[in-house]
Design a binder for this molecule. Structure first.
Ligand code: F6P
Length: 485
């Protein structure tokens, strides 16, 4: 179906566009991807006719069984929970240039304080541009006349302007889930003007934090010489582009429901039992990413064990750390290196402090479904969220949402977006080599009523500013702009 035929056939009134479709393969079946974001967006889409444009996660031509060929059928159209799915297939070469080299080898590190060096390669950038164009074409084909389109994240920075060129009738919103860097870092990007121009194809550009919105506005002013009035930028074609801050939340009600299941207390008790019933369980749950500071907490935990002489030759340890680390992006060298670093640190701490049958670090290098994460959150005493930089960090919020009895302490990096709302966590500067250890000491010394007071306040914030409210607020503002056009 070409664009005109699709439009005359109706298309959809609301289209979400993200690098990944909201589905993944589990065994021999495809099912909804986990995560509050997917659920929130499917919820928003499901309540009215909607579509989702994205990549299936499969590299073209590598699927060889019946189920995958069914997934390949998504290149026409498929349906999930009442939402039309439109896939943008990626070849191996495109995956390599678009996803690995540009999105995760150049943009991701640059936007995260240049914690790792970005590699800028003109050939890869040209593929990034081509893939963005294909997303724009697929979206154009899926959207009804005058539809609202919501584009997500750093994989698709050029796409709003490309889409506007194809379909000036659409209302386009863009939300960046990761930080937007300050001038001195963004200026390193060889294609900096093109990125800003791409984002300014939107009617509304949203960021996690005010500082991201401010960086974006001042860069647009400096590099594109655009007119700026408070939170509005006038694009080259004369349109007003609104810029706003929308801190994302979680589906707190879903976690609450899981935490209240009658089976939960026994699962929590079983976890603590398997850990040797220690006095203190520390927990970390992250993607295995160098931005997350997993190394910092392992070092901090090692120092804590050293100062507490946590070696008992015969019995279980008084303190353990459970670290869940979900591998990914391993075609990018810095991710393979990070995995090596974390593996080695786990080995160091365990080698030094474990006894037969009782490791001090329990390292699960795999993803866990939310049903298994919630009992872990509930079994922990202290949650460690120590990224060097993070757009938001939803794990911190999930931990808080699962603490039905107001117990538990959250150690949270000041460099995570979540720290703006969760001010009652123990906030740490992860770049200070002693700070994580010091925060652990503070957590262990915190009187229970003080911990409860802080947890109550954090829970209030997490339940109030949830992902549904986030999606509603963004779309309310975006759709409001249509009436002023
Ligand atoms: O944090 C940015 C983000 O795009 C998230 O929205 C998402 O959960 C994560 O990265 C997934 O990364 P990838 O698609 O590379 O596995």
């Amino acid at each position: 179906m070409d664009n005109d035929t699709r439009r005359s056939a109706g298309g959809q009134r609301l289209v979400v566009v993200a690098n990944r479709l909201p589905m993944q393969r589990v065994g021999d079946r495809w099912q909804t991807s986990p995560g509050g974001l997917v659920r929130a967006l499917l919820g928003v889409l499901g309540s009215r006719p909607g579509a989702w444009v994205g990549w299936t996660g499969e590299i073209d031509g590598q699927s060889d069984d019946a189920v995958l060929s069914e997934a390949t059928d998504l290149s026409t159209a498929h349906e999930l929970d009442g939402v039309d799915l439109h896939s943008v297939p990626l070849s191996e070469e495109e995956f390599n240039h678009f996803y690995e080299r540009v999105a995760n080898g150049a943009l991701w590190p640059l936007f995260h304080d240049a914690i790792r060096e970005s590699t800028f390669d003109a050939d890869s950038w040209s593929v990034y541009r081509d893939v963005n164009r294909r997303f724009a074409e697929a979206t154009s084909a899926a959207a009804a006349e005058g539809a609202t389109v919501w584009v997500h994240d750093y994989h698709l920075l050029l796409m709003p302007a490309m889409l506007r060129e194809l379909r000036p009738d659409l209302l386009i919103g863009f939300f960046l889930h990761i930080p937007f860097p300050p001038q001195e870092l963004f200026m390193r990007m060889p294609w900096r003007d093109e990125i800003l121009h791409g984002m300014l194809g939107s009617d509304l550009v949203g960021f996690q934090r005010q500082v991201g919105a401010e960086n974006f506005i001042s860069l647009a002013k400096r590099l594109l010489d655009v007119e700026v009035t408070e939170d509005t930028v006038r694009a080259a074609d004369g349109r007003e582009v609104h810029v706003g801050t929308f801190p994302i939340g979680i589906d707190a009600a879903e976690i609450d429901e899981l935490a209240r299941r009658p089976s939960m207390p026994a699962r929590v008790a079983e976890i603590r039992d398997r850990l040797g019933n220690p006095e203190v369980v520390f927990l970390g749950v992250d993607r295995l990413d160098y931005t997350k500071g997993i190394d910092l907490r392992l070092l901090g935990f090692g120092s804590l064990l050293k100062e507490r002489h946590n070696v008992s030759p015969t019995g279980p340890p008084a303190m353990v750390l459970v670290q869940v680390a979900v591998p990914g992006r391993e075609g990018v060298e810095s991710y393979a290196e990070e995995r090596h670093t974390v593996d080695q640190l786990v080995g160091d701490v365990n080698g030094e402090y474990s006894t037969i049958g009782y490791p001090v670090v329990h390292y699960l290098r795999r993803g866990l479904p939310l049903e298994d994460l919630v009992p872990l959150y509930m079994a922990a005493d202290v949650m460690l969220v120590t990224p060097r930089r993070d757009g938001m960090n939803l794990v911190a919020k999930e931990f808080v949402a699962s603490r039905l009895d107001d117990t538990g302490v959250l150690i949270l990096s000041e460099f995570a977006g979540a720290s703006e709302a969760l001010v009652d966590a123990i906030l740490v500067n992860p770049h200070d080599s002693n700070a994580v250890l010091e925060a652990m000491r503070t957590a262990l010394a915190m009187p229970p009523d003080e911990a409860s007071r802080r947890m109550r306040l954090m829970r209030q914030s997490v339940f109030e500013h949830n992902v549904h409210e986030w999606a509603r607020e963004f779309l309310r503002l975006l759709n409001g702009l249509a009436s002023h056009a």
